[in-house]
Design a protein around this ligand. Structure first.
Ligand code: BYC
Length: 318
């Protein structure tokens, strides 16, 4: 078969799989643009999980009770696991984890804007679980239906764990909201600082989004950035009210006609500066990540040497 017939057959089969809402698997032919977009999104997602461990890990030693400490350790460990599933899923497209990590360290691949904000108080552990994991779940539940098979399957397990994360965050917020005046104030302060950055996690408005139209056509994304953001707002505003807290947006109104909450304007200058590397903690986050990578080299080397030695051993069961 000549190259152009092979391309046409591949394209036709790819189009049929997408139209039938089935999954593209690693062995399938796919357009270069599709492969590139899935790699970009999955790698960015994996990096976010790993960088996302930093703000919370910082609070493990300062958790107020043994139970809260144990829960937070389990959550941070889950985030590492999510990073691993997502790096493995990305590797099915022919890139290695080392390459991806290198691109992150050189600033050539992004991670979620949200992790460039500091976690200043224990209430931030509540706000991160409730709002950041809450936003992540809204995005990821929909991504279970993404067209790339390994990404979709990774999302199923990740979503189960994320819902535990969001609940633990809300449980911290509930405890503070029912506590002393000082604790209530901590809860409100954390909501004030994390609300807008959480809304930015969904990316720019659809009209400004470079990739949405193509990613929707390829069914990599199943809902647009604005659709997902609205779902999150509608689910979260009543939760804030239940806590007795105020959403830090004077323009927030409930639109009786549409049945949705309408928000004021997001600070897009802050968003673009943050994703271009000029947010509050971009440099610290990457410096810390590179340091941990360098210091862990001996562990990776030892694990690889051990695995290689095991392979060389004769198989006694044969
Ligand atoms: N942050 O065309 P657009 C978690 C970039 S972590 C940074 O709309 P797309 C957790 C975008 O990459 C959850 N960059 O892009 C872990 C693009 O840049 P380039 C992480 C952003 O991809 C620990 C440009 O802006 N979740 O759960 O169609 C503890 C234009 O945007 C952001 C995921 O990664 C941002 N917020 O849509 C707790 C979900 N937004 O490459 C929790 C998977 C946009 O053109 N990812 N950009 O230079 C997605 O669903 C999509 O990639 C996005 C963006 C909705 C984020």
């Amino acid at each position: 078969m000549d190259a152009s017939t092979e391309f046409e057959n591949g394209q036709a089969k790819f189009d049929a799989i997408i139209a039938a809402d089935e999954k593209i698997e690693p062995r399938d032919w796919m357009p270069d643009g599709y492969r590139k977009t899935v790699i970009r999104q999955m790698a960015q997602h994996a990096h976010s999980e790993v960088i996302g461990m930093q703000p919370e890990a910082n609070w493990i030693l300062r958790a107020p009770t043994l139970l809260r400490k144990a829960i937070l350790i389990a959550k941070v460990q889950d985030e590492a696991g999510h990073g691993l599933y997502l790096y493995s899923a990305t590797e099915t497209l022919g890139v290695s984890r080392d390459e991806l990590v290198g691109l992150l360290h050189e600033g050539k691949q992004k991670y979620s804007s949200i992790f460039n904000y500091p976690a200043l108080s224990w209430a931030d552990m509540g706000a991160i679980g409730w709002l950041v994991d809450g936003a992540a779940i809204v995005n990821q539940i929909v991504l279970q239906g993404t067209s790339y098979g390994p990404y979709s399957r990774a999302m199923v397990k990740i979503c189960k764990e994320e819902s535990f994360h969001a609940r633990q965050g809300y449980s911290i917020m509930m405890a503070l909201a029912e506590g002393s005046d000082e604790q209530k104030a901590m809860c409100q302060d954390a909501l004030n600082r994390w609300w807008w950055p959480a809304l930015m996690m969904f990316g720019p408005h659809d009209s400004e989004s470079a990739h949405t139209a193509e990613s929707m056509a390829w069914k990599i994304k199943r809902k647009t950035n604005d659709e997902l953001r609205q779902m999150f707002i509608d689910q979260t505003v009543p939760q804030a009210h239940y806590l007795g807290m105020t959403i830090p947006d004077p323009d927030l109104v409930f639109d009786e006609e549409t049945g949705h909450w309408t928000i004021g304007e997001i600070d897009w200058d802050e968003f673009w500066a943050t994703i271009k590397g000029d947010g509050r903690l971009n440099r610290e986050r990457i410096t810390h990540k590179v340091k941990a990578w360098d210091e862990g080299r001996w562990v990776r080397d030892a694990a690889t040497a051990y695995a290689a030695k095991q392979k060389m051993k004769p198989d006694k069961s044969a």
